[in-house]
Write a protein that binds this ligand. Sequence first.
Ligand code: NAD
Length: 318
Amino acid sequence: MTTPTTVVSPPARDESALPVVGFIGLGHMGSGMTANLQAAGFPLVVNDLRRESAALLVEAGAVWADTPRQVAESSDIVITMLPTPRHVAQVAAGSDGLLAGMADGATWIDMSTSVPDVINQIRVANTDRGLRFIDAPVSGMSVGARNGTLQIFVGCEPDDFAALRPVFEAMGDPERILHVGGPGAGYAVKLLINQLWFSHLVATAEVLSVGVAAGVDLTTLRGALMASPANSNFVANDVLSIIDHGDYDEGFAIALACKDLGLSVDLARSSGVSVEVSAVVEQVFRRARARFGDSAGEMIPVRLYEEMLGRDLRREVA
Ligand code: NAD
């Protein structure tokens, strides 16, 4: 493994070649996504706070850049994959920030799970520069990032979606790369999917706990739910991780789940919609995070109900 070196010059540009992609945020998700972009032939310019996270990419031909500004100056398209909206705002701002390095008319795709507010403020402050801001958050966990099978929710103009499709296809499942609307729609759809799934999780934990406490056999109760109009993907599939294996999914930390739920409630607030159920679900997740710690799995709120019940929700596996 080599130590990344400071960028001296951007990759050579050839009009017939694939565009140079700048990528900032080489964590659980970004590391797999960049590896797949590289495998598809896109020349890469990369940056992260943790310089060592770029070592394998640089060894395979990527160029390290010291600042977001240098990434933008050396790329045709910039992608960010950062933890929170605060980090997205940080890389954009200042004399070393992305915006300082982007040429007029350049394209920035933010694939972080975020809210439209940050990019909207940046767009308003830069209306005269013709910059293209595209939101394209993902589902599929780090394993999907590694395998190039992410689901991608893209918010942008239709022409931009068509032009950028090859970039998305290098990272995602072509059948599940969805153009969900104009700018901001990608962020919203991603947050709403998470919100509904987390709501299913809490509702299912409640129902199973009450049923078991009332003396109904867990397998019988789940079977009845599945045969009823109350069935859900969570009851039919995802809950098996817990009731068969005691696995609360540490691949996605409850700290990030709480971040997503907070953003989802923020989105509702800024949209002027009351979301009592979402707010309660967020509080249950925050209680579970306080009880079990930041790195506990995203399904750990079920454990709160198990503690109340005084027994685990498990079925006999034949
Ligand atoms: P991560 O914390 O593993 O990686 C984030 C990376 O960003 C880190 O390497 C960090 O050093 C870097 N970073 C932070 N601030 C920076 C800055 N100012 N400049 C340069 N680099 C900076 O996070 P992740 O799990 O890869 O998640 C990234 C985004 O994807 C989040 O918004 C998350 O909600 C979303 N997401 C994650 C998953 C998952 O399973 N992990 C699934 C879907 C979506």
